[in-house]
Design a protein around this ligand. Structure first.
Ligand code: GLN
Length: 474
């Protein structure tokens, strides 16, 4: 299901936005078993489709007329509920729409519903949701990845054209890899975070998951750009991202990272696949070189020190007074805070709040938080140095394919789960854009992605690189 195909039919009058929405609603209902959606905005979507059809009849097309989009349950849509898959936001309704969503709707997109995710976007398997796990459409016994698991599964199952996710350490790219779809984490500051429920504010970005590069590129192009409501959004000009097919004769300079390919957790089949990709690129005359990146072992620890610190502060606002859930066991202000938070948050979120509070506490601040910041700086500097010599960096998206729901190893040891993000946290720590494209098929029947990391604000080059990788695998 690609938007391009639908668009042609819409323009020729063979199809309508209402047809498209009805088709998606039927599909969503028929795949209720996947548990991708927490809520379907049925009436709203039908109304929006009728509005868009009226415009189409007058010949007024937006860039995304009739594109059906699902949004992760941590992105706000005015007047609709949003919960970050947490009990603590039970019953809460958004007071305004995220800027990214407003921009999509202004170009004619139709929001179909909100998708399941790990609670407050903390997780790599979607098993941390207060509303149940999501099944991977390629194998129902496996996880879809996380935290944007519902979004990835919805796109992979053909329930919508595009789904939005958020990526703090890999939450778009890792589920994209597990579900065999495209997932994009833009440069930090490329897309406004206004209306995104905050997890790690200096890491978070909204981005698209899609079945193909075209749909992802055009959505990102529409969402990107300066927004007065988010001071960290960038003024840097948004170039056209959809023109990635325009051929470039010049051979590319591509880096692959030694420590990544040698990392002990990497599945041998994924490694072999990466080496084949490198060889193919070389055969075509591209310059592909091994570069050392000695900070691999520090990535995940640095990420967890800094993001939990930010999370502990961001999540302080859920106090049982301002938003959503309030414990009925409370008797005064203090017990309202304690009981509402104890009952409202799930175990992983509590773990991170405690960890974050600890690393920020006066006795340990220098030992953990400030050190984490310094390591982040080293990672950033070294990464930007690589981009002085190379057009992009090629890595696996994930060390393995999707694991089983309830997998004991992951449940027993939280660091096993944290290491799922070993290759994706890099782009969030450094701020660079990165994309996962579904190129690999494992002998276990599961897809896996290849990741391209590009210079900051070079999303255009990133899509071209992704197109190049697609074309050498045709
Ligand atoms: N899986 C990572 C985590 O648990 C990344 C989450 C994200 O990107 N939101 O934090």
């Amino acid at each position: 299901m690609t938007y391009r195909e639908f668009r042609a039919r819409l323009e020729s009058g063979e199809s309508t936005c209402s047809d498209m929405v009805e088709r998606c609603l039927r599909q969503i209902e028929s795949r209720a078993d996947l548990n991708c959606f927490l809520e379907i905005f049925e009436e709203r979507a039908r109304r929006r489709a009728a509005e868009e059809d009226a415009k189409v009849r007058k010949g007024e097309f937006g860039k995304l007329s009739g594109m059906v989009i699902a949004i992760k349950d941590n992105i706000c849509l005015k007047g609709e509920r949003v919960s970050a898959s947490s009990k603590i936001l039970e019953g809460f309704e958004s007071l305004f729409s995220a800027t990214a969503v407003e921009r999509l709707e202004a170009e004619g997109a139709i929001i179909i519903g909100r998708t399941n995710c790990d609670e407050f976007a903390m997780g790599s398997s979607n098993e941390n949701s207060a509303y149940g796990e999501v099944q991977n459409p390629h194998d129902p016994s496996r996880v879809p990845g996380g935290s944007s698991g519902g979004s990835a599964a919805a796109v992979a199952a053909g329930l919508c054209h595009v789904a939005l996710g958020s990526d703090t350490g890999g939450s778009i790219r890792q589920p994209a890899s597990f579900c065999g779809v495209v997932g994009v984490k833009p440069t930090y500051g490329r897309v406004s975070r206004s209306g995104l429920i905050a997890y790690g504010s200096s890491f978070d970005q909204i981005g698209p998951l899609a079945n193909n590069l075209d749909d992802a590129a055009i959505c990102l192009e529409v969402m990107a750009g300066k927004d007065e409501k988010d001071n960290t959004s960038s003024h840097t000009e948004v170039r056209g991202y959809g023109n990635f097919r325009e051929s470039e004769e010049k051979p590319k300079r591509i880096a692959y990272l030694k420590e990544y390919l040698e990392s002990e957790g990497l599945d041998p089949e994924i490694k072999t696949f990466m080496l084949e990709q490198i060889q193919k690129l070389k055969d075509l005359g591209h310059v592909v070189e091994e570069v050392s990146f000695p900070y691999l072992d520090y990535m995940v620890p640095t990420y967890y020190v800094l993001t939990t610190a930010e999370a502990s502060s961001n999540l302080a606002r859920y106090d049982g007074v301002h938003f959503g859930y309030r414990s009925d066991q409370s008797s005064d202000l203090e017990s309202t805070y304690i009981k509402s938070r104890s009952e409202g948050f799930g175990p992983e979120v509590k773990r991170r709040i405690m960890l974050g509070t600890f690393v920020l506490s006066s006795g340990y601040y220098d030992a953990y938080y400030s050190r984490g910041q310094k390591v982040r700086r080293l990672i950033k500097d070294r990464t930007q140095e690589i981009f002085k010599n190379y057009d992009f960096i090629l890595t696996p998206s994930t060390p393995k394919t999707a694991f089983k729901i309830g997998d004991e190893e992951h449940a027993k040891d939280v660091t096993v789960m944290y290491l799922e993000d070993i290759f994706t946290v890099h782009a969030n720590l450094a701020g660079n854009p990165a994309i996962s494209i579904p190129l690999g098929n494992h002998s276990n029947g599961m897809p896996f992605g290849v990741q391209i990391m590009s210079p900051v604000f070079d999303e255009q080059g990133m899509f071209k690189a992704a197109h190049l990788m697609n074309s050498i695998n045709d």
